[in-house]
Design a binder for this molecule. Structure first.
Ligand SMILES: [Zn+2]
Length: 261
């Protein structure tokens, strides 16, 4: 019986049995010698052995398995796993950047600090860390951007580029957001004590939720270098924005370039 999370994997069944073409989605697939399949629609051929291995890799990526552990489980060289992971992350990076227009409606803004040395300054201005500016449309998408600094100019530049003028903004009391009122309606949340502002009931729980989601995923990967961090961040953004869909299916499509008819 296939239930719950397992049903996410059932979309791969027809590919694995050599019934459906992984490149174009056609069912006009026939088996040729040495366990190869060839598609009559797009003309592409594929070894079923390789296909099974690649789908197992995509499944590991979907399940957030660290590359070294997946390599052990599948008996593969870690380089093979890392290459597939890297390729997926690069694809996700570009897709995420291309997706969607400007955020609108009620938008929560916040910055967060990732990685770096554990000791030392925390919060704004912490050394060695990656600084991320996050913009989240309530009941919608999140957009993240690694920033050099959290100056008012830099933040406003991203706000102008990624949100519609006249939106309703929720932020904490950071001074960098002062000029926001000229761009839309601005509510500030004093959340030093509690997450919801007691007086106004304003909150930025949506973006706070995204930061915990991101930290949870990064914890799984056990340390990401500052150099690779932007790639991982976009992967997380993609996962979050499509969290209500079948992500495994999306990864298969992305990897093989198969577009659903
Ligand atoms: Zn095909």
């Amino acid at each position: 019986m296939v239930t719950g999370k397992n049903s996410h994997f059932s979309c791969a069944a027809n590919f694995l049995r050599g019934r459906k073409c992984v490149f174009c989605g056609s069912f006009k697939v026939c088996k040729t010698g040495r366990s190869y399949v060839k598609c009559a629609q797009c003309g592409k051929a594929k070894s079923l052995t390789r296909l099974r291995r690649e789908i197992a890799l995509l499944r590991g990526f979907y399940q957030l398995q660290p590359a070294y552990r997946l390599a052990q489980d599948l008996g593969l060289d870690i380089k093979v796993v890392t290459r597939v992971y890297q390729r997926l992350r690069e694809a996700l990076y570009h897709v995420t950047e291309l997706e969607g227009g400007k955020l609108k409606g009620e938008i929560e803004l916040d910055e967060a600090y990732f990685g770096g040395r554990r000791k030392g300054k925390r919060g704004r201005g912490a050394a060695g860390k990656s600084v991320v500016f996050g913009l989240l449309e309530r009941d919608g998408r999140v957009y993240t951007q690694v920033v050099e600094s959290v100056t008012a100019e830099e933040l406003m530049r991203h706000i102008r580029a990624k949100t519609r003028k006249g939106s309703v903004y929720y932020t904490d009391a950071f001074r960098g957001y002062q000029s926001l009122k000229r761009y839309g309606k601005h509510h500030t949340v004093n959340h030093s004590k509690s997450l919801v502002d007691r007086r106004t009931k304003n909150h930025i729980n949506g973006i706070e939720g995204f930061w915990s989601y991101a930290k949870h995923i990064l914890y799984n990967y056990r340390g990401v270098s500052k150099y690779h961090f932007p790639l991982y961040l976009k992967e997380i953004e993609y996962r979050y924005n499509h969290r209500k869909e079948n992500l495994f299916k999306r990864f298969i499509k992305l990897y093989f370039g198969y577009v659903s008819p």
